[in-house]
Write a protein that binds this ligand. Sequence first.
Ligand code: BEZ
Length: 212
Amino acid sequence: MATLRLGDTAPDFTAETSQGTLNFYDYLGDGWGILFSHPADFTPVCTTELGTAAKFKGEFEKRNVKMMALSVDGAESHAEWIKDINETQNTVVNFPIVADEDRKVSDLYDMIHPNANDTLTVRSVFIIGPDKKVKLTLTYPASTGRNFYELLRVVDSLQLTAHHKVATPANWEHGEKVVVSPAIPTEEAKEIFSKGVEEVKPYLRLTPDPTA
Ligand code: BEZ
């Protein structure tokens, strides 16, 4: 399977999940999506990640993002594991987990990296836009749990920059100053951004977050 790159179409699939058989595109509808993989059920780091993801679901919903997780174990195993996650993380897992026993989805999304582990999926994240294009990929090793604040932050940046001619600087968070897109001359930028444009360098122009 070729590596999925930014701008590629996210492959569609129909798969068994902890919430029954689901078609990925139907599940996403015309909103945004996050697909993220876990090495295996009943593993400690994954247990904390899925509990955290469940707690963040409301924040993702506010941004019109649906979550789908994946692990290479079966649906019955997922059901038992979800009980443990709910109990230990004080939450309710409220999004589907793909039961990818035949590795179909893992292969489609190149989630198995044989030099890391030839049977288990790595911790991949794909953020998918309403146009079904891949907007972000992240790959973490099994030993490192992901930061869900960062995923929310990236969604905020992706959604802002999809609608405004801006980019977001290092460590940016919603409400902070943004960078004017390099393609726009400063004089034009001053007309577009009514909150003002600060020219630090001709190639580095800042403007307040247009949505804040
Ligand atoms: C975990 O999720 O805790 C984990 C999974 C595979 C290897 C190491 C840790």
